[in-house]
Design a binder for this molecule. Sequence first.
Ligand SMILES: Nc1ncnc2c1ncn2[C@@H]1O[C@H](COP(=O)(O)OP(=O)(O)OP(=O)(O)O)[C@@H](O)[C@H]1O
Length: 262
Amino acid sequence: MVTPVTTSGPTRVPPTSKVLSVSSLRKAYGGTVAVDGVSFDVGRGEIVGLLGPNGAGKTTTINMVLGVLEPTSGSIHIEDVDLARQRSAALERTNFAAVYSPLPGNLTVAQNLRVFGLIYGVKSLSARIAELLEEFDLVRFRDTRCGVLSSGEQTRVALAKAMLNRPHLLLLDEPTASLDPATARDIRERIRDFASRGTGGVLWTSHNMYEVEDVCHRVLFMSHGKVLLEGDPRTLPGEHGKASLEELFIAVAREPLALERA
Ligand SMILES: Nc1ncnc2c1ncn2[C@@H]1O[C@H](COP(=O)(O)OP(=O)(O)OP(=O)(O)O)[C@@H](O)[C@H]1O
């Protein structure tokens, strides 16, 4: 289902510096190359959409940036910190939320935030949790077990968890999947607000092209493990003779080689 979007696109905040630099990143599983020499960056204050059909290599890329998967080759810098050499220093500037990675359902909202806050070594944790409960409209769910919350409520908790350590790089894998349009819009507003503060940048995957056009300053189209196209989601379709981002997406999925040659 497509979420209708009414706003006219994100306010461009010129990136002042890079929060993520990925260079010649590659991940192979035997003969299967999931990510094939990908290079890109994310600026501070910028929301970058990582797009592509199923199996393009988006999640593999995100998992390497998160330090969950080890690249076969290539480098990842979070701000100026090399993930391979200074793993803890790099990862303490990062956080993420993904639908396939729900928080433990038997813990309450407050307990989940406390556990993750302790893992991240958040200072003045009780005050930070109170702040996030307020910010993400979760005060009334503070003592509710996460497992009984609705999808939208769970997404808000996942985002609150992702903000605990005030990350400079926020990775979001389909954060609005399965949310109703009003809740999805609310989540987009919160992420836009995070980026507009100018302390961090966002790498976002989504299959909802209307949402991407609404939120992302820049998009990267992946196919078969490579970045084929990069640009402003509002002008990129026209540059490739397509009427909309959705049409361009379908072209990338169906005829990646034609676009690669273009
Ligand atoms: N552990 C693995 N072993 C072998 N192949 C893998 C492994 N993990 C991923 N792949 C393959 O790598 C490719 C990229 O997968 P990935 O999950 O990164 O794609 P994706 O773009 O995130 O797709 P989706 O939109 O469906 O989530 C796929 O062809 C997948 O089958």
